[in-house]
Design a protein around this ligand. Structure first.
Ligand code: HEM
Length: 220
């Protein structure tokens, strides 16, 4: 088993061990096309829809975790994304969007996984929480600005990427990493949490693949 000695902090080990999975997710064709402008505004909207299902599950799970002594440390109302996603969809699709949106297969599996770990395993919940929110506060900041530029949004439509209550994302992420390092997990549990982060990355990558397939099916 890998040595999780004090030399490398848990947060640093987590980042190193997930670097390849991050790169795979980042360079998935659907995302790369959105970033380069090959993708369309509709592609962007399709991603926002899937985010809505995912954050609905993640933030319901966060509610359940409020009473957990370990996981609750990572929770912050400043992170909450669901209202922003709903405002984005109101703007992008009009007020009746709830009647038209459906989750893709990977989203359904991702949501089921979030619900299962939130019911049984605080460390697993933290893995999913970390993968989404630290990503949103990192690359997400850049992605939001690029979407604004590529698809002509002001702030309507990209509210998901705007963390109005977090003035200093870097500082926020540093505190979060300190909390990861202070979590009372033994080496086995740390391994399990890292494995769950890799699972979360895989869902995100497969979601991009689903989105590409759904788009191809529409065009055909
Ligand atoms: C075009 C897509 C993406 C770009 C350009 C991007 C870019 C970045 C950048 C520049 C960082 C900062 C790295 C650092 O602080 O050294 C980062 C961190 C991160 N990203 Fe992404 N990213 C993308 C997609 C994703 C996806 C799909 C996920 C997963 C949902 C994700 C999750 C994360 C996480 C969890 C971190 C924080 C790592 C840590 O500091 O522990 N990213 N990303």
């Amino acid at each position: 088993m890998a040595d999780m000695s004090d030399v490398v902090s848990f947060s640093a080990a987590l980042r190193t061990r997930s670097r390849t999975a991050h790169s795979t997710s980042e360079h998935a064709g659907f995302m790369a096309d959105l970033m380069s402008g090959v993708g369309t505004r509709d592609d962007y909207v399709a991603l926002v829809v899937q985010h809505w299902f995912i954050y609905d599950a993640l933030e319901a799970a966060a509610e359940r975790m409020r009473v957990d002594p370990v996981a609750s440390v990572f929770l912050s109302d400043k992170l909450t994304r669901l209202p922003a996603l709903e405002a984005d969809l109101d703007f992008l699709l009009g007020p009746d969007w709830r009647e038209t949106v459906t989750p893709l297969p990977t989203t359904e599996a991702y949501v089921a996984r979030i619900r299962r770990v939130a019911a049984t395993w605080p460390g697993g919940f933290v893995a999913h929480h970390y993968t989404r929110y630290l990503g949103d506060l990192s690359g997400g900041q850049y992605i939001g600005r690029l979407m604004q530029h590529r698809y002509g949004f002001d702030t309507n439509g990209i509210g998901f990427y705007l963390f109005g209550d977090i003035a200093d994302p870097e500082g926020f992420k540093n505190v979060y990493r300190e909390q990861l390092d202070a979590a009372p997990w033994d080496d086995d549990e740390k391994e399990r949490v890292i494995d769950e982060v890799l699972v979360a990355y895989r869902f995100n990558t497969e979601l991009f693949e689903d989105l590409a397939r759904a788009k191809a099916a529409q065009i055909a």
